[in-house]
Design a protein around this ligand. Structure first.
Ligand SMILES: N[C@@H](CCC(=O)N[C@@H](CS)C(=O)NCC(=O)O)C(=O)O
Length: 296
């Protein structure tokens, strides 16, 4: 019997847009939801060939912001991609302080494994995204060819989710064929959002070293192991949070260059931080991933 229950299913550009509910081990036994865009071409024979793109959302989001606002279905259908969109934090942990601010606690899990009480048992979104969710996807869409042929996957995300995508890819060489990001929190150790998260969840800024994409990409041996031919980042020039120094993609690019990692940073003139920006460039990102998921 499946441990995952389907909550809803609707059709969009031929894709089934599904939401699932399950009890999450990584998130301390709390109930969690995630959404999946299933392309029309996916059938029993197609499972093994249909790759997955994980999309991680930003602060204050649920799985639904991307599903309802990014307009990804048309491209997912055309490119034959499964897209998986998790929530941004555990829900209902009922721990002190988790609902006091938009940038910490509920809706702001920062895709890390907390080490500090009272967050430690529940705030484990890194393990959730890297381990638990892929296993659930295999359970829902079993590949007849497994384990001889592993399903290929890539990862992307927006803002806090861009940070999560870069960190997941850089910490797990070989797991993701490609990584991209929309306005990522690219150097969290030196920006207010990241510092607050690292202090609260990990006990200090230094403890966030392994969750800082700029510090991770600065290591040439890590870059070599990851073997990513390019990393695509889009950043709007009218993004309030970029202007305030919360995002710092320039720091990521500089560190990557020193370590020999190619990054394509596209400064998008006049775009802000919203889903108007994400929806404008989502197709480019999905094409970036589809090319690498099928070629490499
Ligand atoms: N102060 C803003 C900051 C949060 C924000 O801009 N969140 C971005 C990601 S960092 C987002 O995707 N918001 C949800 C949406 O636009 O649908 C708020 O509370 O909404």
């Amino acid at each position: 019997m499946s441990s995952v229950n389907e909550v809803s299913s609707v059709l969009c550009f031929g894709c089934q847009v599904k939401q699932y509910r399950h009890v999450s081990k990584a998130l301390g036994g709390l109930e969690a939801v995630f959404s999946v865009i299933v392309p029309p071409s996916l059938d029993t024979r197609g499972h093994e060939l249909t790759p997955v793109v994980y999309y991680l959302s930003g602060l204050t989001c649920t799985d639904q912001n991307f599903i309802q606002k990014a307009g990804a279905c048309r491209a997912a259908a055309r490119l034959n991609l499964i897209i998986v969109a998790p929530d941004t934090s555990p829900r209902g942990a009922r721990v002190a302080g988790e609902d006091d601010a938009y940038d910490f606690g509920t809706g702001a899990g920062f895709y890390l494994n907390a080490t500090q009480e009272p967050y430690r048992p529940y705030y484990r979104m890194y393990d959730y995204v890297v381990e638990e969710l892929p296993a659930l996807i295999e359970e829902l869409f079993p590949s007849p060819a497994a384990p001889a042929r592993q399903r290929r996957c890539s990862i992307t995300g927006h803002s806090m989710g861009g940070h999560g995508a870069l960190v997941c890819a850089l910490r797990n060489p070989g797991k993701y064929c490609s990584v991209s990001a929309f306005a990522p929190i690219a150097h969290p150790s030196v920006c207010p959002w990241g510092q607050k998260a690292f202090r609260g969840y990990l006990g200090g800024i230094e403890a966030g070293e392994m969750y800082d994409a700029t510090l991770l990409v600065a290591d040439p041996s890590r870059v070599q192991a990851c073997n990513l031919d390019d990393i695509l980042i889009d950043q709007g020039t009218a993004d309030q949070f970029w202007c305030e120094g919360q995002l710092l993609p320039e720091d990521f690019v500089a560190a990557a260059k020193n370590a020999g990692q190619k990054v394509t940073l596209r400064m998008q003139e006049g775009y802000d931080h919203s889903y108007f920006f994400v929806s404008t460039f989502i197709e480019d990102h999905l094409e970036f991933h589809a090319k690498r998921l099928r070629e490499r």
